[in-house]
Each structure stands twice: as structure tokens, then as C-alpha cells.
Ligand binder design. Structure first.
Ligand SMILES: Nc1ncnc2c1ncn2[C@@H]1O[C@H](COP(=O)(O)OP(=O)(O)O)[C@@H](O)[C@H]1O
Ligand SMILES: [Mg+2]
Length: 260
């Protein structure tokens, strides 16, 4: 009998986790200290029928988590940067937050704290970068990479997502496909599609500022531990945060006008 050999195909695109591989219809990822919490969350999402996340299959003999491979494309493409794609992404994030209702906000060990001073409302993904969303054409079908998920506010996750997708970034740091977009208009589009109430919109710019300050300090501290974070820091992650904060200061009135 000839056994089928399933090859390990390294998956690129992530910044942080070394050793993410595809084997057949599954992805294997090293576990981290938040994995028990993330696994409980993935099981909850499956139980409530949320389709926009991989399913947890288990843990393999090497101690890696096994999740389902979601066919599609991660990263920015001409299709995923359209306004319609952004509206759908807002809908997917809204659906994810709503699906976490009923998942306990206390009692699990997550990676990091809320980072918003308002009381946590949902489990946020907290890292919805282009590499952490799988698209088919202009349709985002799944969020992946829940390593930074944790209890937080809806607005904090919205701000984090807009940091990457509006994007709230200096044009010199933007992906070419997003360099010339009207970021303020895209912030508005996302908030509308998410259904963000006006009192939350008024808090968006101050929270983005708070987040920049805290992300900077958090990244600097983690970079000192080495590994992927140190690589990101050496690659200028801190300077990009500073430039993004300066861009927001310069364009505050413009962005604000879209939010009122
Ligand atoms: N379940 C999955 N389905 C499809 N692609 C995946 C899946 N998990 C990871 N990938 C691919 O592998 C890349 C890196 O995996 P990710 O889980 O985001 O790890 P990292 O912590 O390195 O960012 C992703 O950007 C994506 O392209
Ligand atoms: Mg990732």
C-alpha cells in the first residue's frame, strides 16, 4: 500500500509567526499563550454558525494547532481595495463581533489588554491587516490569525482595521494600491457599513491617537524579546506608527468632517 504523502507548504504573508504551513486542506500553526482562549473562541464561532473564520480541527503530534485552510487570497489586490470590498469587510467584522456575543469576556488568558479605556463589549480580532483576511475577488470570506484577539470595544477593533484598510497611514508607508485613496471617505464608508453609532464616531479619532501611543510602546517592549516583533521593529514599524500619528494630526479636520 502506498501512503499519500502530504507536503508541508510554507505560508508567507504573516509578520510574526514562524512555521505556518499548509498540509492538504489544513493549516498548522505553532501555539502561543493565548491559544487555549483562541481555540475556545473558534469553537464558539463554529457553534453559533459564524462562517467567516477557519474551523479548529485540533492539535497535531508536533503540538501545532490544526485549522481548516480557507481558499482565497490574503493581502491587498485590486479587488480587495475597492469601496465595495471595504463595505463587505465592515460587514464581516460586524458579523464577527455580533457572533462573539455570548462568549464570556472574563476567564480566558488573551494576548494583551483591551487598549481602549472604555469597558470591553466583544471579543475583538485586533489585528485585521490585509494579510489576515481571505478574499475571493472583492468578497472577504474569512478572518484568520486570531493570536491577538481579546476582549475590547467594537470601536477599538474598527480603529485597528481602519489603520490598515482606510488606511490611517502616511502615504509614504501605504501599499501602492492604497496610496492615492481618500482615507477619510473610506473611514466614513466603513463606519456606515459597520453601523457605528454617532457617539462612537466622535470617539474614533481620539481612540486612534491613544492606540498609536500604546501600539508604539507595546511593539517596542515586544521587540526587546526578539523573534518576529524584533524583525518588525528593525524594519521600521515604530517609525511608521509615528508617521501615521503625524498624518492623522495633519488631516484631523478632514477625517472629522466625514464622521459628523
Ligand atoms: N486558515 C487559513 N486559510 C488560508 N490561508 C491561511 C490560513 N492561515 C494562514 N494562512 C496564510 O498564511 C499567512 C500567515 O498566517 P497567519 O496565521 O496570519 O500567521 P502570522 O502570525 O505569521 O501572521 C496568512 O497571511 C495567509 O496567507
Ligand atoms: Mg497574520
Amino acid at each position: 500500500m502506498v501512503a499519500t504523502v502530504l507536503h508541508e507548504i510554507p505560508l508567507q504573508g504573516g509578520d510574526v509567526t514562524d512555521g505556518v504551513v499548509r498540509i492538504g486542506d489544513t493549516v498548522r500553526r505553532p501555539t502561543c499563550r493565548s491559544s487555549p482562549a483562541v481555540h475556545a473562541l473558534l469553537r464558539h464561532l463554529e457553534a453559533v454558525g459564524f462562517e467567516g473564520a477557519p474551523r479548529l480541527v485540533g492539535v497535531d503530534a508536533a503540538g501545532r494547532e490544526i485549522i481548516t485552510f480557507v481558499p482565497g487570497t490574503a493581502g491587498l489586490t485590486a479587488d480587495s481595495v475597492t469601496d465595495q470590498a471595504l463595505e463587505r469587510l465592515a460587514g464581516l467584522l460586524r458579523g464577527f463581533h455580533d457572533a462573539t456575543a455570548g462568549f464570556p469576556l472574563a476567564g480566558h488568558r488573551w494576548e494583551g489588554g483591551s487598549n481602549d479605556d472604555a469597558a470591553p463589549e466583544v471579543i475583538g480580532h485586533c489585528d485585521l491587516t490585509p494579510d489576515n483576511a481571505i478574499f475571493r475577488g472583492d468578497r472577504p470570506v474569512a478572518l484568520i490569525d486570531f493570536d491577538l484577539a481579546r476582549p475590547t470595544t467594537r470601536l477599538f477593533d474598527v480603529v485597528t482595521t481602519l489603520r490598515h484598510w482606510a488606511p490611517i497611514a502616511d502615504p509614504v508607508d501605504r501599499h501602492p494600491l492604497l496610496r492615492d485613496v481618500d482615507a477619510g471617505a473610506r473611514v466614513r464608508l466603513f463606519c456606515d457599513a459597520y453601523g457605528l453609532p454617532s457617539r462612537e464616531r466622535r470617539r474614533l479619532i481620539p481612540l486612534a491617537r491613544l492606540r498609536f501611543g500604546r501600539s508604539y510602546e507595546m511593539m517596542r517592549a515586544r521587540a526587546a524579546e526578539g523573534g518576529g516583533w524584533a524583525r518588525m521593529w528593525a524594519d521600521g514599524a515604530g517609525e511608521r506608527i509615528r508617521r501615521a500619528a503625524a498624518w492623522l494630526d495633519t488631516h484631523e479636520d478632514e477625517v472629522h468632517a466625514h464622521l459628523v
